[in-house]
Design a protein around this ligand. Structure first.
Ligand code: IPE
Ligand code: IPE
Ligand code: MG
Length: 245
C-alpha cells in the first residue's frame, strides 16, 4: 500500500482520523532480546517518537497523543526512571527549532509532582515555544495517569462549588472535561498499543471512550512506517457506529 493510495482512500471514503493515540510499549523487551540493558531500548524508543511525529505530518493527522511515562512507572528503579526523564527532556530540548519550523504544537499532559524541576521545565519550554504551531498537535502524556486525571477534575469542580462559582446542577460532561488535566486533548479516534499487551494501562480514559483500538505485536523500537500504515489500513476497515446502527 503506497502513501498516495492510502491518502486517496482516506479521502474517498471520508474516513475521519483526526486523532491518533499510541501506547508505546516494549522498549525493555526489545533490549533484553538483544542482551542489552533496558536503557538501550528506551534510547531506541525515544528516536521512534520523532519518526512517528513525521508520519503523522505526512499522513495529515491533526493530533497525536504519545504515552511516554505513566504514574505507575514510578514503580521502576530510580535509575530507569531518571534515564527515561532525561531522554524525554533531551529529545524535546533538541527538537525545539524543528518543532517551530514544522509548525508542530506540543502539549504536555501530566502532573509535575515528583518530576525534577529541570526535566519539567524543559518540557514546558518546548510547549511554550511551540504554542503557535497549527500543522500538528502533539500531546505528550508524561507522568500521566487516567484515574488521577479524573480525580483532578472532581477536586477542581468541588472547589468551584465551595467557592460558589457553580452549583452541583451545573455539572455536565463539558464541565468534567474542562477540568481534566487532559482538558485540551480531543477524543481519540484510533489507539495503537505495541508489544502485544492488550490493556489500557491507565491511558486517557475520557478520550478513549469511543476509540477504535489496535493491538500490534511489534515492539516499540521496531515500529516502522509500514506498521503505521497497517494501523491506518485496519482503522479504515472499522465500522464506527457510536451506538447507532
Ligand atoms: C515502554 O516500554 C516505555 C515506558 C513504559 C516508559 P517498557 O519499558 O514498558 O518495555 P517493556 O514492556 O518492559 O518491554
Ligand atoms: C504503559 O506501559 C505506559 C507507557 C507506555 C508509558 P507499561 O509497560 O508501563 O504498562 P504495563 O505495566 O505493562 O501495564
Ligand atoms: Mg511495558
Amino acid at each position: 500500500m503506497s502513501f498516495k493510495k492510502l491518502e486517496n482512500d482516506l479521502k474517498e471514503f471520508n474516513i475521519p482520523l483526526n486523532h491518533l493515540g499510541i501506547i508505546m510499549d516494549g522498549n525493555g523487551r526489545w533490549a533484553t532480546k538483544r542482551n542489552l540493558p533496558r536503557s538501550a531500548g528506551h534510547r531506541q524508543g525515544a528516536l521512534k517518537i520523532k519518526d512517528v511525529i513525521g508520519y503523522a505530518l505526512k499522513y495529515k493527522i491533526s493530533e497525536i497523543t504519545l504515552y511516554t511515562f505513566s504514574t505507575e512507572n514510578w514503580k521502576r528503579s530510580k535509575s530507569e526512571v531518571s534515564f527515561i526523564f532525561s531522554l524525554v527532556s533531551d529529545l524535546f530540548e533538541g527538537y525545539i527549532d524543528e518543532l517551530i519550523d514544522k509548525k508542530i504544537k506540543v502539549n504536555i499532559v501530566g502532573a509535575q509532582n515528583n518530576v525534577p524541576t529541570k526535566v519539567w521545565n524543559s518540557l514546558k519550554k518546548a510547549e511554550f515555544l511551540s504554542k503557535n504551531g497549527d500543522q500538528l498537535k502533539v500531546n505528550i502524556a508524561f507522568n500521566y495517569g487516567g484515574q488521577e486525571d479524573i480525580l483532578y477534575s472532581i477536586k477542581s469542580i468541588a472547589n468551584k462549588i465551595i467557592n460558589g462559582e457553580i452549583i452541583p446542577e451545573n455539572i455536565d460532561l463539558k464541565l468534567i472535561q474542562d477540568n481534566l488535566i487532559s482538558k485540551d486533548v480531543e477524543p481519540i479516534d484510533l489507539l495503537i498499543r505495541t508489544s502485544g499487551e492488550q490493556r489500557i494501562s491507565n491511558f486517557m480514559p475520557w478520550q478513549i471512550s469511543y476509540s477504535e483500538i489496535y493491538f500490534m505485536k511489534v515492539l516499540w523500537p521496531d515500529f516502522s512506517e509500514d506498521d503505521f500504515i497497517e494501523a491506518l489500513e485496519e482503522y479504515k476497515r472499522r465500522n464506527r457506529r457510536f451506538g447507532g446502527i
